[in-house]
Ligand binder design. Sequence first.
Ligand SMILES: Nc1ncnc2c1ncn2[C@@H]1O[C@H](COP(=O)(O)OP(=O)(O)O)[C@@H](O)[C@H]1O
Ligand SMILES: [Mg+2]
Length: 316
Amino acid sequence: MPSALSASHLGKVYPHASGDAAALDDLSLEVPTGRTYGLIGRNGAGKTTFVRIASTQLAPSSGRVEILGLEAGRDDRAIRLRIACVPQESRPLYFLRVEEVVYLYLKLRGIAAVEARRRTREILDELSLADVRTRLVSRLSGGQRRRTMCAMVLASDAEILFLDEPTTGLDPIARREVWQAIRRTSREHRTILLTTHYLDEVEALSSRLALLEKGRLVLEGTPADLRARVRFPYRVTVQGPIPRAELDSYGRVSEIEGGFLVFTKEAAARELARRALEVGARLSMGPVSLEDVFLEVVGRSIEEEPAADDGEEAWA
Ligand SMILES: Nc1ncnc2c1ncn2[C@@H]1O[C@H](COP(=O)(O)OP(=O)(O)O)[C@@H](O)[C@H]1O
Ligand SMILES: [Mg+2]
């Protein structure tokens, strides 16, 4: 099946950007049809810039994007009928009621009244917004507004959905409800491009993902591919009488609360487990998390803001 979205050699330099760093630098990727594709990276990595270009809201400085076989910049009207977007930090129209704003959005997209009413009811139930369905958007909490925004887009019939940090600011229960709705949407064979800096979120939802740093594609593949790409694919925690100097021979060691964390290879992890049994140390072992992969590849945590000397400012 052809890709839902295909970006080749995308570059973007904003006019008046501080420094000369490009927001996107020769970025190429293919988003398969009917899946959820995750785009991860720290603040300022270029995720929103990519989403804006791929959803025809912003022209790239170089390169091209093909969406559903159509060309961005040339076929924008045709593309926009088939995509939907939750922009970062967007909020629904504040002077409407929750059910009105969802219904109106669906009607404007050309869905017949009866069907739009049914979809509105279902999505408000699914995202636990039924209780506030007659409340004015202006009277909602920030999280309820964000959920309403997600409701509009997830209830639509768009073939590609762009969700730019859809769950930022939601409580853990609301986040999981949005996840459920995303899973349902993906079961309907629609394509979702999800950006987030919650690594558990991409892990739970995406079949493939891309890691961006400073506008460049650093890693791409399934979550398992990404894990296999690091030097030490196993993480082992050890609490007990094995000295640090000995642990150092197994891989990369760091101190954690009450013990040590060792990143290591598979054979060494097994060896270390045997050793821990012998001396009665407590041990837990598993594949590295995406957080670990991120840290190893980028050299910093995904939560860490770009430093001022990165030649870029943080862009929320
Ligand atoms: N409108 C703009 N004008 C100038 N620079 C911008 C603009 N939008 C984003 N940038 C810069 O482009 C880079 C990428 O930003 P963005 O795409 O928002 O990243 P992310 O969504 O990953 O946080 C950052 O260095 C940011 O400062
Ligand atoms: Mg962003």
